[in-house]
Design a protein around this ligand. Structure first.
Ligand SMILES: Nc1ncnc2c1ncn2[C@@H]1O[C@H](COP(=O)(O)OP(=O)(O)OP(=O)(O)O)[C@@H](O)[C@H]1O
Length: 223
């Protein structure tokens, strides 16, 4: 489902170049859940951005479902992301003026689906994350854990092949993080989609099928 081949990412900072990822290769099968761990600055977010086509590698390639992201121009890449990839971030990035159901429906609206149909599907996803009763609430009226559940519903609403998560439990207390973790376990079991989860949370990492450790932009171990 995901194949990274010899990825290198170098940032040019004035006269100095900073190479953050060094010749990194990995693959993730359909339905597999992989945690990416490593100390701060080791390149985890950089890697996730390359996997999601939010950034382009200096060299190497990323394939999602067999499609090479390098072969897609910006507009096609945007459509590809919308169709095949779901994103969940540490800070949910929900739109403050929109209700939970409108936020969760957004990827489908962007794709051109009718509002009614998109919101019907979004409501089904909100029900899956236990948020159907709060569908008409705006993010400001929800707790941190509830917002993150809406963000997960939004990521899954398009039935993506790959879900990329950057610290999904990062700003939640331990109990709320535990609830999100249990929810992710349940969702992953019933889906063929691959998950890549960047995390500092050892509990969350231990729940995945595999743990990849990044150290200074290189893969140290695959447990
Ligand atoms: N756009 C950029 N320009 C220059 N340097 C960058 C840029 N983005 C990231 N870096 C640098 O690349 C290195 C890796 O950053 P990255 O965000 O991938 O690390 P991380 O492992 O996700 O860290 P954290 O756990 O703190 O989020 C850091 O040294 C960072 O300062």
């Amino acid at each position: 489902m995901l194949e990274c081949q010899a990825l290198t990412r170098t940032y040019s900072e004035g006269p100095r170049d900073l190479t953050v990822l060094h010749n990194l290769s990995l693959s993730v099968r359909a339905g597999e859940r992989v945690a990416v761990v490593g100390s701060s600055g080791s390149g985890k977010t950089t890697l996730l951005n390359l996997m999601g086509g939010l950034d382009r590698p200096t060299s190497g390639s990323v394939r999602v479902g067999g499609e090479s992201l390098a072969g897609l121009g910006e507009a096609a890449l945007g459509r590809f992301r919308n169709r095949y990839i779901g994103f969940v971030y540490q800070f949910h990035h929900l739109l403050a003026e929109f209700t939970a159901v409108e936020n969760a429906a957004l990827p489908l609206i962007i794709r051109g689906q009718r509002k009614r149909e998109a919101e019907k599907r979004a409501l089904a996803l909100l029900a899956r994350v236990g948020m159907e009763d709060r569908a008409d609430h705006k993010p400001g009226e929800l707790s941190g854990g509830e917002r993150q559940r809406v963000a997960i519903a939004r990521a899954l609403v398009t039935d993506p092949s790959l879900v990329l998560m950057d610290e999904p439990t990062g700003n939640l207390d331990q109990t709320t993080a535990g609830t999100i973790l249990a929810l992710m376990d349940a969702l992953a079991k019933e889906s063929a989609c691959a998950f890549v989860i960047v995390t500092h949370d050892p509990d969350l990492a231990a729940h995945q099928d595999r743990v990849l450790k990044l150290d200074a932009g290189q893969l140290l171990a695959q447990d």
